[in-house]
Design a protein around this ligand. Structure first.
Ligand SMILES: Nc1ncnc2c1ncn2[C@@H]1O[C@H](COP(=O)(O)OP(=O)(O)OP(=O)(O)O)[C@@H](O)[C@H]1O
Length: 269
């Protein structure tokens, strides 16, 4: 694995840790003291009502915004205040960080761009040549991993929607990051596509730490080892799916109404 983990970061060190993180926009406190420790190899879904601060939390972790206060650690190493590409090279990759897909490049070329970008390719011709073999090899291996071998030379714009989402995840994992952030990975998919895609995500992120922001409760309960419930800028629960479902505070603040809505929608079909 390319990404060096902190030499101090032993087995017990969380893959990702937030310590009393606060984010203010102007005078408004949007994230209000979030502490969270995600274990290595764990799959965590972040859920909560609209406007609760889930995307902001992802933006803080991936370095898009610095926190107003508090600390964020990746494998025991401080990353708050670092820039997105630096955090990426320390081993954290976010699904849309590489502006998704290049529509006019083939699947293979998209993957190769993801690899080269993660290698820290700096547009020097000699470095490019030296890296190219390695990048080609890794992009080839990714084609199999994401199930798009047969679409190797297809332009990304000609893929189905689900295939494009798979490619996006391929690009996200291209650099071998061990912590992966996915923002609503199944958004826009049908129920059966979603079910298949959950399996796909499980497979391609095997052995890595995964954080997703998710609205679809089917995805949440099918994928997550633990669920973090964000309400009004605070994590009000962080526990197993069963415990979160049974938590009266979560029921009251969020889940009760969401599950009722989903049941009503299913009954209407
Ligand atoms: N750059 C910004 N400047 C000012 N306010 C912001 C900024 N980004 C987010 N906010 C505010 O922070 C709050 C939380 O937004 P955020 O997008 O993080 O919520 P969310 O939980 O991801 O919501 P959704 O589920 O609707 O995507 C909202 O009130 C939003 O208007």
């Amino acid at each position: 694995m390319r990404h060096a983990t902190n030499p101090e970061g032993g087995a017990g060190v969380p893959a990702l840790e937030l310590r009393n993180v606060v984010k203010r926009f102007g005078k408004t406190e949007i994230i209000r003291g979030v502490s969270l420790a995600v274990r290595r190899g764990e799959r965590v879904a972040v859920i909560g009502p609209n406007g609760a601060g889930k995307s902001t939390l992802f933006n803080l972790i991936s370095g898009r915004f610095p926190p107003s206060s508090g600390e964020i650690l990746l494998n025991g190493r401080r990353i708050d205040g670092k820039r997105p590409f630096e955090i990426n090279r320390l081993g954290l990759s976010r699904s849309f960080q590489i502006t998704n897909i290049f529509p006019k490049l083939s699947v293979f070329e998209n993957l190769r761009c993801g690899v080269l970008w993660s290698l820290g390719y700096r547009y020097t011709f000699l470095k490019f040549l030296a890296d190219l073999d390695d990048a080609n090899e890794r992009a080839e291996a990714l084609l199999d991993r994401i199930g798009l071998r047969k679409k190797r030379d297809t332009l990304a714009m000609n893929l189905t929607y689900a295939e494009q989402r798979a490619l996006e995840i391929g690009i996200t994992i291209a650099g071998g990051a061990d912590v992966i952030l996915l923002d609503e990975p199944t958004a826009g998919m049908s129920k059966s596509e979603t079910r298949r895609f959950i399996e796909f995500i499980r497979e391609v992120t095997e052995g890595r730490t995964l954080l997703t922001v998710e609205h679809d409760m089917g995805v949440v309960f099918g994928l997550a080892d633990r669920i973090a419930v964000v309400v009004y800028g605070e994590v009000i629960a962080f526990d197993t799916p069963e415990a979160v479902k049974a938590n009266p505070r979560v029921q009251e603040a969020y889940l009760g109404s969401v599950l009722a809505e989903q049941q009503a929608a299913e009954a209407a079909h």
